[in-house]
Design a protein around this ligand. Structure first.
Ligand code: SF4
Length: 317
């Protein structure tokens, strides 16, 4: 199944912003667009606002509820924004997504730290969530969601891509008439990747797979899918990457000549010290697994969790 990522429309260069401009994010248009279908949403235009238009803002009521208001005219867009968010999110459920990139700071699309105001015009600081973003996050708690600016951070970008492509592989399995054997195969291919995120959830997912023949397949898949995505939500750590690399190195056994083993051990240590990116030991291992014809480690998604053109693998903190 093709990877499908939702995006705030202005991030793709569409001139839908309040000032008639756009907020093109080149990573999305020049890179991600070549590897994924991008599904655009502009909540403000879709709910009937013209372009250009007065900018709207989030106003916090004393009761703690938010309103979406045009501060110049006083026009209240709250009901229309809530209705649009409800119906758009329901429509998105019919065309499943693997991730979403939202425009930061927007009272409609901002995922966190959006400016909020009091009724008397005083600022309440950056504490709100955009109307559409809130509905999206509530409706799809497992969906990988990021803001455009955060994708400039290599670690956050890599984590996002890893989750997006993993969710797509999971969706593809579920759509393909899965069997217990295919679930075992899926879990086996993701073992090293999951182990770099959260040991407890990884082991729990393994227990669910081991019990696949003992209850309904549907219940097993539901539980496994939730654990799989929860595990990948946990940040991968540098120490866990080092353990994974050493585990993979162990698969080469005594077949590896001493100097080559020394070289790769050094690369792992340099990655641990932060002087080499994760990609260096991963590439060396992949080369050696291919050279020695080792199928199990070569089948590990960890070695290439998303298309390599999308990011330099940098690893956890
Ligand atoms: S931030 Fe969201 S609502 Fe604002 S222009 Fe972009 S897509 Fe439209």
């Amino acid at each position: 199944m093709p990877v499908r990522v939702g995006t705030s429309s202005c991030l793709l260069g569409n001139r839908v912003r309040y000032d008639g401009g756009h907020a093109r994010a080149r990573y999305l248009t020049d890179t991600l667009a070549h590897h994924a279908e991008l599904v655009t949403v502009c909540p403000e235009v879709e709910m009937g606002m013209p372009t250009p238009r007065p900018s709207v803002r989030i106003v916090e009521e004393p009761a703690g509820t938010d309103r979406l208001v045009d501060p110049k005219s006083g026009e209240d867009w709250t009901a229309r924004a809530e209705e649009h968010a409800r119906s758009r999110v329901a429509a998105l459920a019919e065309e499943p997504l693997d991730g979403f990139v939202l425009k930061k700071d927007s009272p409609s699309c901002g995922m966190e730290r959006v400016k909020a105001w009091m009724g008397d015009g005083r600022s309440r600081g950056k504490k709100a969530v955009g109307f559409f973003a809130r509905a999206l996050l509530e409706a799809f708690p497992d969906l990988p969601v990021e803001e455009d600016g955060r994708l400039n951070d290599p670690l956050l970008r890599e984590s996002f891509l890893e989750r997006v492509w993993s969710r797509n592989r999971w969706r593809s399995l579920r759509a393909s008439d899965p069997t217990p054997a295919r679930l075992v195969q899926f879990h086996t291919a993701h073992k090293i990747l999951l182990s770099t995120h959260d040991d407890a959830l990884y082991r729990e997912a393994g227990r669910v797979v081991a019990g696949a023949g003992k209850r309904s397949l549907e219940a097993t898949l539901d539980e496994y899918g939730a654990l799989f995505q929860a595990c990948l939500r946990r940040p991968a750590g540098r120490g866990r990457h080092v353990n994974a690399l050493q585990h993979l190195l162990g698969h080469l056994g005594q077949a590896l000549p001493g100097p080559e083993r020394q070289r790769i051990s050094e690369a792992i240590e340099e990655y641990r010290a932060g002087t080499l990116p994760l990609m260096a030991p991963v590439s060396l291992l992949r080369f050696l697994f291919t050279q020695h014809g080792l199928d199990w480690p070569l089948a590990q998604v960890y070695l290439a969790p998303f298309p390599k053109e999308l990011a330099v693998r940098s690893g956890g903190q």
